[in-house]
Design a binder for this molecule. Sequence first.
Ligand code: ATP
Ligand code: MG
Length: 765
Amino acid sequence: RASVGPKYLAGLNPEQREAVETLDGPVLVLAGAGTGKTRVLTTRIAHILSQGRARPAEILSVTFTNKAAREMKHRLGQMLGHAVEGMPWLGTFHSIGGRILRIHAELAQLKSNFTVLDVDDQVRLLKQLLQAENIDEKRWPARMLAGLIDGWKNRGLMPSQVPSGEAAMFANGKGGKLYASYQERLKILNAADFGDLLLENIRIFREHPDILRQYQQRFKFILVDEYQDTNVAQYLWLRLLSQAPSSSSSLPGLTRQSIASSEDGSPGLDASRRPGDDEQDNAAPAPLGEKAPTKNICCVGDDDQSIYGWRGAEVDNILRFEHDFPGAKVIRLERNYRSTGHILAAASHLIAHNEGRLGKTLRTEDQDGEKVTVTGSWDSEEEARGIGEEIEQLQRQGEKLNEIAILVRASYQMREFEDRFVTLGLPYRVIGGPRFYERAEIRDALAYLRVINSPADDLAFERIVNTPKRGLGDATVQMLHDHARKRRIPLFEAARAVVETDELKPKARGSLRDLVAQFDRWRAQREVTAHTDLAQIVLDESGYTEMWQKDRSADAAGRLENLKELVRSMEEFENLQGFLEHISLVMDREGGAEDDAVSLMTLHSAKGLEFDNVFLPGWEEGLFPSQRTLDEQGRAGLEEERRLGHVGLTRARRRAKIYFATNRRIHGTWSTTIPSRFLDELPAANVEITESKGGSGWGGSGGYGASRFDDMEAFGSSYSTPGWQRAQANRNRGGGRSGGFEEEAATFSSSSSGPDFGSFSSRRR
Ligand code: ATP
Ligand code: MG
């Protein structure tokens, strides 16, 4: 094959080039991390466009995040040498599904300006439905129902299709009925949840073959990144769109133009698009209806990076591709262009411990580079201090902060790093989720503390006056506002005054009086009680802790864990005032440090990304792998954790640095932890043990940490476990779990997996 061709093809290896140039028929690129799958997809689009095989608006291209979509567009521009206008169908499943749904909203009994609900809205709505049905929310929490409905939607199931066995899982068989009335309520509210964005597409496509056909004709090429993490609904949607339209392909009155014109009326999704863009593209379109488009679908993925099983992703989709798309060409890429030799070897060795995988070779022509380091610390604080120092050192060596990432297993781990970075004045950004102090439960808790600290803090008071519910609704708050305005006093003082009058109904009045009295008491206690204790007292006495305890739902456990972490973080400050000042400093950092900053994110959010330097803290049993997977029967969960570790390591170009702490505070008490089994599974030849730079004397002595040095492959048998540590670890076993630990509810925007461990009760060996 002649290697001359457009510039963008230069530099591709033969397999990559084949994946780019095989434009007709289904193509699956099944290849490991860093082999250029995403690059192949981008180049393929460039090729399609420059060959005139389709116009930008005729390419459906699915990325994993909106950020990835923007990046792809940017790269395309670089490859083609000019900015690419009008790729309206380049985005995530949700953004594209939402776009299509807005065009045909009326077929889903919605208006095109429908609202997309987030998880909190969803739960609020479900609570109302449960009340209306007289279902005890304590036994059957709305969040649990939200999780079930989400799961059904991920599997493409309409209310009528929910298997009766599963409907029975909620409120004695009412699950399916509640799902149906939830859907009805959504229509009345002109709203959709994330699941609907695809599910309603699927329904419309099935019920209106003419509409499906329009899209089948329109999308001449379909490309999907991270195919290993598609769920059933996404798969069904892709299947529908990728079929060649049936023979009666040209339908009078329903031309591509009719899609294009309604598209332009759809708000929000692509502001850069102007009416008529479609017609200005220079690529010559094939005439409509003349030749039925073939199934030109190209999916790329890696079964070893499937990490969303807990959210309904089905790795089988990738394994079944050849069966589902007969005649598919399967292309494997084996050269990794991202990581140096030691990193790649370590990652490959780790993932080789999984049984359920296709198995593949990965090689690099890069140098071996630096070994993967494994560093033990005394506790998580020392870990954060050590990483902070290493980052500063890298910075002194001229490394860009943009090329440094910290990837955590559970989002609460971020708090310690955020605090450390603020202290060091090191710019950072949190990717894929709210920063620790911006989480709803943390803001609520802080609001209580702010009102104690400053009774004039109206915003804080308003936030918690009816959280948890105390029967102080909008009307009461409105009245307090009126009162406060008239007398020019803070809301809190207005409340104190109002309870002395009979302006409020007796119940609300009693409730407000109690709240005022509580705050007075807490303020008095402040003088005699340590601020950390006070915070705990406030959370407990206000009923706030209880609110989440009763909420036995997917993410409640994570929120309780975050609250504990908040109280713990206060220990580092002398008093409440000092703590709150620190918080306002942290919160104030929004925006500013965007140029060059360390990235902080969960392993889940790191998919597809790459950095020169990757820090991987918290490799301990019960945290990573998570306790939930340790408690589980079977290997599936554990193998998914291992894939997560593999994803983490393969994000690194030049340096991968793993950490574990010997002590970590879980549920408010310190526990001795055991280094992650994944450390055992790293190859000795590619790993180096180093000492923590955050050492506090003892920590640097070298005899700490890896309690299983004796059986760590990486470390041979030259170390043995200190006896005291075994004893301590034993003591810490057997604590009961507080139940209900599941992954944080899967919000679309935050792919964090949430804190999900209990005590260290179940261990290997
Ligand atoms: P992941 O599975 O982690 O998503 P991937 O297979 O999508 O990885 P890419 O992100 O596309 O891999 O590529 C990894 C890195 O290798 C990128 O920096 C990319 O630019 C580079 N790369 C890919 N192919 C080549 C090539 N032929 N020559 C030089 N660099 C390449
Ligand atoms: Mg990729």
